[in-house]
Structures are given as C-alpha cells and as structure tokens.
Design a protein around this ligand. Structure first.
Ligand SMILES: [Fe+2]
Ligand SMILES: [Fe+2]
Length: 152
C-alpha cells in the first residue's frame, strides 16, 4: 500500500507560504537588475496564488465560522489588504529608477509583512478556535489541490 501523504492543516500551509514570500521579499530589497526582475516575478506569482486560495477557500470558511463582530471585521480588513497589494504590485515597472524600485519593494514588503503578521497573530488563532481540526485539514486539502491547479 502506498504511503498516504499526511494531511496538512490549512493554517500550517498558509504559514508556509508566508515564510516563502517573506524570504523572497527580503532578497528583493537588496537585489538589482535581472535578479530583481526575477524575484519580483516570483513574488508576484506566489502572492497571486496565495491570496487567491485564501479568498476562495480559507476566508469564506473563516467568515462562516466567525461568530464575533471582531472576527468578521478581520475578514473584511484582510480582503481589503489583498486589494491594496494588487494595486501596489503593478506599480513596479522597468521604467523606474533603482531608487524608486527599492522604495517600492520596501513598501510592498512592509505591506505584506503587516498583513501576514495580522493573519498569524489575529485571524489564524481565531480560526483555530472557530474551526475544528478535521475542518482545517479538509480546507488544507482543498488549498493544496487548488494551488496545484493554479501552478503553485
Ligand atoms: Fe492574506
Ligand atoms: Fe496569508
């Protein structure tokens, strides 16, 4: 019998993504030229897939399970922060000077770190209370499958 892959819970998967993006953004800040362009493409791809699986799978489950007003408020803030990331991302383009690119990379990094930090400190602990372990695993499986479909 083939060994079945241990199911991973949704929160652990999303945190893994955060770590990856944090690492890439850290490198992006000090990179230049072709390397910066490559890193930027990677960050863009990672963020696109991550925010999409959150919005399609994790956030709706969280919103459904959230009972308190404060819990729901975090959901709406998170969606809006994704939107701001979408706005900032295309701001970086080839016509920018190195100083401009550096500044924009810094702003993007701060934005993503704030958002990921809030999810990890506020939303995820609340989600762990609102959803049971099986639900989180099921969400994790759906996230993994969707990420594969999206090329992540
Ligand atoms: Fe998010
Ligand atoms: Fe996230």
């Amino acid at each position: 019998m083939a060994a079945k892959k241990k199911p991973t819970d949704a929160i652990a998967l999303l945190k893994q993504d955060h770590e990856k993006v944090r690492g890439l953004l850290g490198q992006l800040e000090s990179a230049s030229g072709a390397r910066r362009a490559k890193l930027l493409t990677q960050v863009e791809q990672e963020l696109k897939i991550h925010t999409q699986v959150e919005e399609e799978i994790f956030y709706p489950a969280y919103r459904e399970a959230a009972r308190k007003k404060e819990d729901k408020k975090l959901y709406f803030e998170a969606v809006q922060e994704h939107h701001v990331v979408d706005l900032v991302m295309p701001e970086m383009n080839d016509g920018d000077t190195p100083e401009e690119l550096k500044a924009k990379a810094k702003v993007l990094k701060d934005l993503v770190e704030h958002h990921a930090g809030e999810e990890e400190k506020e939303m995820f602990p609340r989600a762990r209370k609102a959803l049971d372990r099986d639900e989180l695993r099921e969400l994790g499986e759906r996230i993994e499958m969707r990420k594969e479909e999206l090329g992540g």
